[in-house]
Design a protein around this ligand. Structure first.
Ligand code: DX5
Length: 217
């Protein structure tokens, strides 16, 4: 089980401290949510933040691109220090080519689906990815409620992967908490992204990570 704090809810004035607290509390990866105000109705961060995080941690930097025309930025994010690049199937016409470019750059290859996008959209490229991200909210903001209908989608994806003998990660993102994470885990997810459950936990980051870890193990 991989826990990936999403820095979207971190205190940006003290981002280095937040990363260090997560590192010390046993976070596995960090997710960096890149939003362009076009594909999603919010603008967040870009390569400069990835580059700053790269200087602060050796953990996997998992960059979730919620941007139109991701192809134009893959190399930029790789150069900034991304270890993993996830693109949305809804943002690219030539997904086969896009995933190939990510592979050639030497990054882990991820593809993401919005809640309304069916699994059939990625069926033809399943064997090209290391990770499928099932969005459990409509992307754009942290602090939204987990969409329970996504549990069936996770289960179906796990079956599709098993049928093909693929061991790709299933990542979930959005409304992940100690209450919802076990539902996703039971359905077959193994990478858990959480922003508010970790960074807004009333007792602090270590308590947020600990409770999430306990919920999925
Ligand atoms: C949603 C982002 C998420 C978000 C999750 O658009 O991709 O990573 O930060 O936030 P929580 O965990 O608060 O739902």
């Amino acid at each position: 089980m991989i826990l990936a704090p999403s820095i979207l809810s971190a205190d940006f004035l003290h981002l280095g401290d937040a990363l260090q607290a997560c590192d010390e509390a046993g976070a596995d990866w960090f997710q960096i949510d890149v939003m362009d105000g076009h594909f999603v109705p919010n603008i967040s961060m870009g390569p400069l933040i990835v580059e700053a995080c790269r200087r602060a941690t050796e953990r996997t930097l998992d960059v979730h691109l919620m941007i139109s025309n991701p192809d134009a930025y893959l190399e930029v994010f790789k150069r900034a220090g991304a270890d993993s690049l996830t693109v949305h199937i809804e943002t690219t016409t030539h997904i086969h080519r896009t995933l190939g470019v990510i592979r050639e750059l030497g990054c882990q290859v991820g593809v993401a689906l919005n809640p309304g996008t069916p699994l059939t959209a990625i069926e033809q490229v399943l064997d090209l990815v290391d990770m499928v991200l099932i969005m459990t909210v409509n992307p754009g903001f942290s602090g939204q409620a987990f969409i329970p209908e996504m549990v069936g989608k996770i289960r179906k994806l796990r079956r599709m992967l098993d049928d093909r003998g693929l061991e790709s990660h299933i990542q979930v993102d959005g409304g992940i908490s100690p209450r919802t994470a076990p539902l996703a885990a039971e359905a077959g997810a193994n990478v858990f992204v959480a922003a508010s459950a970790i960074f807004q936990h009333p007792e602090g980051i270590p308590a947020g990570l600990r409770e999430l870890r306990e919920a999925v193990t």
